[in-house]
Design a protein around this ligand. Structure first.
Ligand SMILES: NC(=O)c1ccc[n+]([C@@H]2O[C@H](COP(=O)([O-])OP(=O)(O)OC[C@H]3O[C@@H](n4cnc5c(N)ncnc54)[C@H](O)[C@@H]3O)[C@@H](O)[C@H]2O)c1
Ligand SMILES: [Zn+2]
Length: 395
């Protein structure tokens, strides 16, 4: 007899009853009962340099399916039309929803609007969402995908450098809460990431620099070779040289995916990738989301955290100077005078308190010891943080 497949019937036995091979025994009265779920998710990261190449990579995932594109209004006007046409040529039914551009759209309200849109659409569980845009759209769209129908597939098509080198990779999806960034979120891995560097031609230089900040972070924590590449290519990258951008995005994708694979669900939390973020995220909260770009806040955060490392004798002053010089070459903020709004050391420290609560009492620092080497510290005192912020020029 042909046994029906678990979860569905085979064509040869359409009416056979669904039955487990062995009947399940009831447990002994005192036996422990344990739930268990395991999942290994792999997804390709493609770096392309044209829409045609992007569509080639998308085809196996979307052909014949319904596709819902989540984007923002700026990206929609730049890239949506040819993408929608290309997808329709692949036989896809395509729907699109654009949120207002900017960090403020990473909100519960925008997520609710997207779920309303999806619920009243024809998209089903087998269909695919595409996030087309920067890190805001990837975080928001990924979170919406993670909850809709308990999780539907989505592909990230990042169009900012920051999203290509960081935000679109790793499956961390979230929206902001008034009290803390990324407070409401999930882990939901994309089905693929396709980064088309030709889309960066229209990106403002300030946003390119913000993306570079996350690359510099990766170099500091993991790769002297990548540090060298950024030193060599920084100007070409800011001039949108396509070959230099491809090298940069490939390197970042390889480093980030390798680091994340060790602990994809952050069981450990001692993550070197958080370098620059212990100060950077509270700085974003203190300055009001959107005034400072995420990458700019991370640049400033890296300097403040490196000053803590230097004051402790962990980091050589010459390496700190080299980091500051590289960030400045890219036009990134490294001191209070470079910030677009006035903020005090106490403002930043107040915003850090919320993070301390979330992390059950401890603020974790990633302290660079050399290029490619970090030390995780749980014992950085408020006084050390304050001194480092003051050394960065905050009042
Ligand atoms: N999930 C993660 O692991 C992760 C990692 C890093 C950052 N992030 C998040 O990413 C967000 C920041 O991402 P971002 O800097 O991409 O911001 P963003 O998504 O707001 O994009 C920046 C601006 O650039 C515009 N834009 C996008 N592509 C463009 C293009 N090709 N040409 C011209 N303009 C374009 C957008 O409309 C927007 O106005 C933050 O919320 C941050 O927390 C998430
Ligand atoms: Zn970041």
């Amino acid at each position: 007899m042909v046994r029906p497949k678990l979860g569905g019937m085979t064509a040869t036995a359409p009416l056979a009853p669904y039955r487990l091979h062995d009947h399940l025994p009831l447990p002994a009265p005192t036996a422990a009962i344990e739930g268990c779920a395991r999942r290994i998710e792999r997804y390709p990261v493609h770096i392309t340099s044209s829409l045609d190449a992007t569509l080639d990579r998308l085809e196996p995932i979307v052909r014949g399916k319904g596709v819902g594109i989540i984007t923002d209004d700026v990206v929609e006007s730049l890239f949506a039309r040819p993408l929608v046409c290309g997808l329709r040529d692949l036989g896809c039914e395509v729907l699109l929803h654009a949120v207002p551009a900017g960090e403020a759209s990473k909100s519960v309200n925008q997520a609710l609007a997207l779920w309303d849109w999806l619920a009243s659409s024809t998209l089903a569980r087998r269909d695919v969402l595409l996030t087309l845009g920067g890190g805001v759209v990837a975080d928001l769209g990924g979170w919406v995908a993670s909850a809709y129908m308990r999780g539907i597939r989505y592909v990230n098509l990042p169009t900012t450098l920051l999203a290509q080198v960081d935000g679109a990779l790793g499956g961390k999806v979230a929206v902001n809460h008034r009290l803390a960034k990324n407070l409401l979120g999930a882990f939901h891995q994309p089905a693929a990431v396709i980064a088309d560097v030709s889309s960066l031609r229209s990106l403002e230089r300030r946003h390119l620099a913000a993306g570079l900040a996350e690359c510099i972070k990766k170099a500091v924590i993991a790769s002297p070779e990548y540090w060298g590449l950024i030193h060599r290519d920084a100007e070409a990258i800011l001039d949108r040289d396509q070959a230099a951008l491809e090298r940069l995005v490939r390197g970042a994708a390889a480093i980030k995916t390798a680091l994340i694979e060790r602990d994809p669900y952050e069981a450990d939390l001692r993550r070197p990738l958080n370098f620059g973020h212990t100060v950077g995220h509270p700085l974003e909260t203190a300055t009001g989301y959107g005034t400072l770009l995420h990458g700019e806040a991370v640049a400033f955060g890296m300097v403040a955290e490196s000053r803590v490392a230097e004051a402790r004798g962990v980091l050589a002053p010459a390496v700190l100077e080299e980091l500051v010089a590289l960030l400045r070459r890219c036009g990134l903020p490294t001191a209070a005078a470079d910030l677009p709004v006035a903020v005090s050391a106490n403002d930043v420290m107040r915003a850090m308190e919320k993070v301390r609560l979330i992390r059950a009492g401890s603020l974790r620092y990633v302290l660079p010891a050399a290029i490619g080497e970090t030390i995780i510290a749980d014992d950085v005192s408020d006084a050390e943080t304050h001194r480092a912020l003051v050394a960065c020029g905050l009042a």
